[in-house]
Design a protein around this ligand. Structure first.
Ligand SMILES: [Zn+2]
Length: 210
């Protein structure tokens, strides 16, 4: 499967573009910004976007979703527990000193246990609240990959001091939903370098004693 990771926007949110070589269908995760760059990658691989998935409603992850939706006609999936945050995009822009972004219309809910299919590849929705109440991760078993949003980072975990954050809940999510995955699973965090589940089990300070 084609997979490109594009750091977008001033906070360098990792936008993932997955594409099926046969059907030329694509799934885009967290188009926070730089929609022109994302469209360029899609065009280069002759891909048609089937779904846009938002790991959580922070502006750096969701900011460009409406523009990508308009350009591609693809539906936007998000967990409903982030609906409040999603309505506060103007406030979030103010916090960060950013230009306001377009309101994002959500087309479908991404709930725990849901599966999105791209070509012949399954993307499993894991509900992993804690960074926000509607945070999700995407597990792609056939690829041995996990798109973790801002739940798990290389050597760190997502911050929980913003509205909707919960420090105990994020640790429970990581323990219950992410650590059971195979050690070789490649983790694509919402920001920064990729890692693996096994590496984080061993070296991530926040996960010691789990
Ligand atoms: Zn975030």
């Amino acid at each position: 499967m084609i997979h490109e990771i594009l750091p977008v926007g001033m906070l360098a949110c990792n936008c993932s573009i997955f594409g099926d070589e046969q059907s030329r269908e694509a799934l885009v995760v967290d188009p926070g910004d730089d929609i022109a760059g994302i469209l360029e990658v899609l065009a280069r691989h002759a891909l048609t976007v089937k779904a846009i998935v938002i790991t959580h409603a922070h502006i750096d992850h969701i900011g460009g979703a409406q523009e990508l939706k308009r350009a591609t006609g693809a539906p936007v999936y998000m967990n409903g527990n982030d609906a409040e945050l999603q309505k506060m995009l103007d406030v979030q822009a103010e916090w960060l000193g950013m230009e306001p972004v377009k309101k994002v219309e959500i087309d479908a809910e991404a709930k725990d246990g849901d599966r999105l299919v791209v070509g012949s590849t399954d993307f499993h929705v894991l509900y992993t609240p804690g960074h926000t109440q509607g945070s999700i991760s995407l597990w792609i078993p056939a690829e041995g990959k996990l798109v973790a949003g801002d739940t798990l980072f290389r050597d760190s975990i997502g911050r929980t001091d913003l509205p909707g954050g919960d420090g105990r809940q994020i640790l429970r999510s990581i323990h219950d939903k992410l650590l059971p995955l195979a050690d070789e699973t490649v983790v694509i965090p919402g920001h920064g370098q990729t890692t693996t589940i096994g590496r984080e089990k061993r070296f991530n300070y926040f996960l010691q004693g789990m």
